[in-house]
Design a protein around this ligand. Sequence first.
Ligand SMILES: NC(=O)c1ccc[n+]([C@@H]2O[C@H](COP(=O)([O-])OP(=O)(O)OC[C@H]3O[C@@H](n4cnc5c(N)ncnc54)[C@H](O)[C@@H]3O)[C@@H](O)[C@H]2O)c1
Ligand SMILES: [Zn+2]
Length: 355
Amino acid sequence: MRNVHVDLGAKSYDIEIERGLLKTAGKRIRALLPKAEKAAVITDSNVGPLYTRTLRKTLEEEGFSVSVQLFEAGEERKNLATLGSLYNGMAEAGLTRSDLTIALGGGVTGDMGGLAAATFLRGIAFVQIPTSLLATVDSSVGGKVAVDLPEGKNLVGAFYQPKAVFIDPDLLQTLPVRYLHDGLAEVIKYGCIREKALFEKLEQIQDDTELLDHLDEIIEICCNCKARIVERDEFDTGERMLLNFGHTLGHAVEKTFNFDTYSHGEGVSIGMTLLTRRSEALGFTEPGTADRIAALLQKFRLPVSVRMGQEEFLQAIALDKKKRGSAITLVLLKNIGESFLQKVPFSELGKYLPK
Ligand SMILES: NC(=O)c1ccc[n+]([C@@H]2O[C@H](COP(=O)([O-])OP(=O)(O)OC[C@H]3O[C@@H](n4cnc5c(N)ncnc54)[C@H](O)[C@@H]3O)[C@@H](O)[C@H]2O)c1
Ligand SMILES: [Zn+2]
């Protein structure tokens, strides 16, 4: 078993990674919460039918009374209406403050299940069982939980740490390939900002089959990287911003194409490449870095360019800027594995964008 400890004082917890883990989740949760009686499993309409039965069995073997709150899959459902229906289900199941919720699914399930756990009865125990690559390496680590409003993504949320994160890499075998690659963009991001050896390992991997074979190790490296950053900056005021590498330009791409052409990971993929090309030209980044990043992303069919000019980028970023003031913090690379924050006045942002 691989274990990543997240040290946050009284809120510390472990991320356990092991193939076949789902079958023993009940025992592990029982060890954490000896007195809990009821478990509310929150899952979506794709993941639920595949894995709820196994989870229910292992929980019932440990004496938990299990209820399942299933919602229609998709980011569009990560909203207050679905959250409300989760609260109703949890109330009907009779959960008390000594019981727990388990989020079984991708980032949507984890973010929304986490917010339900943070707020129901002013907070009950929460366990994450992430099932998408993005959720295993990113959203399940760090305690950010949220739902979207029509006005924007993740506008209602909290910082709420789980009691544990249980990762069974075998569950990712049913993940549609587009989502596998989507999550891989974030994996490559970790390689770029801090994990040179991971980046080089990914350069050696030939295809998706080989990638799936190495997932345990890859997930462990990414969780470790994010955990170390989160430990030093739980509330996202400094170092945690490094995790936004490629995201300012990536969000601009997602937004300009109305969130229906490029997935989040695809946006980040384009953002990392385009920004690094510019920062190379400006002399901040070792020459050749952008080509290396682009080659790796393209091997996994991720896009590295977009039909968008500087004006369109500026417009999309300006909409976000209102929330941030007159300067924006960009994450730049010195080279693969070494990153730094650069505060850029909005008036100079054009230099960092494609022409
Ligand atoms: N909290 C954070 O720090 C953080 C960080 C990054 C992203 N996020 C959030 O994460 C969300 C995106 O996460 P996501 O990409 O996992 O989205 P998702 O939860 O919608 O999952 C993607 C798709 O894959 C399906 N799926 C998931 N696991 C599966 C499996 N094992 N087998 C078959 N199908 C499976 C889902 O049903 C869904 O259709 C966004 O809402 C984003 O805001 C949060
Ligand atoms: Zn991201």
